[in-house]
Design a binder for this molecule. Structure first.
Ligand code: ADP
Ligand code: MG
Length: 429
């Protein structure tokens, strides 16, 4: 490195990785264009009196800003999405038809539905659109070529459009025809491929903001398994000032420290991995907090089914043989929330305990409140992970954080520093 670089201000040396160098709606020429938009409409549905009814329309609502922007720009919008796992078969209960009706209601304008997602019928449906009109194409996973990222199928999808927008961050870690292949074909013939507004926010917060975080940067990790998140821990050890570990994964770290864990959920084959993370933290001077006390419960059977018997606070780092750790204890909660309240950037991924059970939710909820308090004092808080989002919403605090990722598996892979095929396929600015 040239010597003069060492004297540049930090903001210069640690310039954010340019995720935002991907095209966005703002950069695209949309008026009168046929735009194929990949959305995440994998919504929960249930059958009621022989028809499929949408139980939760959050994912449909989440796409409205992008769709309104496209409509406002005079684009002709063809939406492609998957629902469930039909494995290449036309499974009627997995049709996207009910979504078209719901979307029409929410958008306040009719949304056409086409029973095909490629081929002549689809082409006709798209070519008949006027500027600002929308058609939803049938479940793209009715074709097995979708998940195979088949070239011919990608080319068939590409025939429907002049340009492409991906707003389905949650599917961006899969190299499928509708998330990657089609963008390759469209870009290959000079068409623009850009990020929708939802995707753009994901890249901004999980990418740019965490790449150059304001300090103190506190990373809170929890949930079930160390193995799910070790790569995230490893990468963030290079950025974080403090790493806070709760949930069952904390017990594997306890094992690494030679402590006892009783009947807690642990991964004995991951103790060396946990130890390596502890060593790296020590080397890099990253504060690494694991619970010093826990709520423990007695695993037992009630009516032949697994259940927890009594529960209590275990006021020791060691967990006795006959019980299982199910939440962080009050002392740990105090220590964790204090660091969180002092943070300027927070990433939270994974609950502190089995929060689905009200008896074991207090650690997770206290952390949620501390994250919101820090946010109110000016910190940026970024929440990744489906269950962490659920916990935050259960605590009624979903609107008090800076950003909640819609990604699940995709956010985890992105946080690991992996290139997501659905992002890589988009055009550079
Ligand atoms: P996220 O979806 O936010 O990434 P995970 O899926 O990794 O989170 O983990 C969430 C699950 O971890 C929850 O179902 C929760 O019950 C479980 N969990 C948290 N703490 C414990 C624990 N001490 N013992 C067993 N399971 C736990
Ligand atoms: Mg989860």
């Amino acid at each position: 490195m040239p010597v003069f670089l060492l004297f540049l201000p930090n903001s210069f040396r640690y310039a954010p990785r340019p995720f935002m160098a991907k095209l966005t709606l703002h950069d695209m020429d949309l008026a009168g264009k046929r735009v194929l938009v990949r959305v995440d409409y994998n919504v929960p549905m249930a059958e009621e009196n022989g028809v499929m009814v949408i139980n939760d329309d959050t994912r449909i609502r989440a796409t409205l800003p992008t769709l309104q922007a496209l409509i406002g720009a005079g684009a002709r919008v063809a939406l492609t999405a998957h629902l469930g796992r039909p494995k290449g078969e036309r499974v009627p209960s997995m049709s996207l038809r009910p979504v078209a009706a719901k979307l029409g209601e929410l958008l306040g304008q009719p949304v056409a539905f086409c029973e095909q997602c490629v081929g002549e019928a689809a082409a006709t449906a798209v070519n008949e659109l006027a500027d600002g009109e929308v058609v939803l194409l049938e479940n793209v996973r009715y074709h097995s070529e979708e998940e195979a990222n088949d070239d011919t199928f990608s080319a068939e999808l590409a025939e429907l459009a002049d340009c492409y927008v991906n707003d389905a961050f949650g599917a961006a870690h899969r190299a499928h025809a509708s998330t990657a292949g089609v963008a390759g074909v469209i870009a290959g013939r000079g068409g623009q491929c850009g990020a929708g507004l939802l995707m753009q926010r994901e890249l901004q917060f999980l990418g740019d903001e965490l790449d150059a975080p304001a300090g103190p940067f506190v990373v809170i990790l929890g949930g079930a398994k160390v193995s799910d998140k070790i790569k995230v821990i490893d990468r963030l050890l290079e950025k974080a000032d403090t790493i806070v570990i709760g949930g069952a994964m904390a017990y594997t770290f306890k094992l690494a420290k030679g402590l006892t864990v009783g009947k807690s959920l642990v991964e004995r084959d991951k103790v060396d991995v946990a130890q390596a993370a502890l060593d790296k933290a020590a080397e890099r001077n990253v504060q690494f907090l694991i619970p010093t006390d826990n709520v423990v419960a007695e695993p037992t059977e009630i009516d032949g089914k697994f259940a927890f018997g009594y529960h209590r606070v275990n006021d020791s780092e060691n967990i006795p043989d006959d019980v299982e750790g199910v939440d962080i204890g009050p002392q740990s909660t105090e220590a964790f929330t204090e660091v969180i309240r002092g943070a300027k950037t927070i990433l939270w991924n994974g609950p502190m305990g089995i929060f689905e059970d009200d008896r074991f939710s207090s650690g997770t909820f206290a952390v949620a409140r501390a994250v919101c308090d820090a946010t109110a004092s000016g910190a940026k808080s970024i929440i990744g992970g489906g269950d962490s989002v659920k916990a935050l919403n259960k605590a009624g605090l979903g609107d008090q954080v800076t950003f909640m990722s819609t990604g699940g598996g995709a956010s985890l892979e992105f946080l690991e520093g992996k290139e997501l095929p659905g992002v890589a396929a988009l055009s550079d600015k």
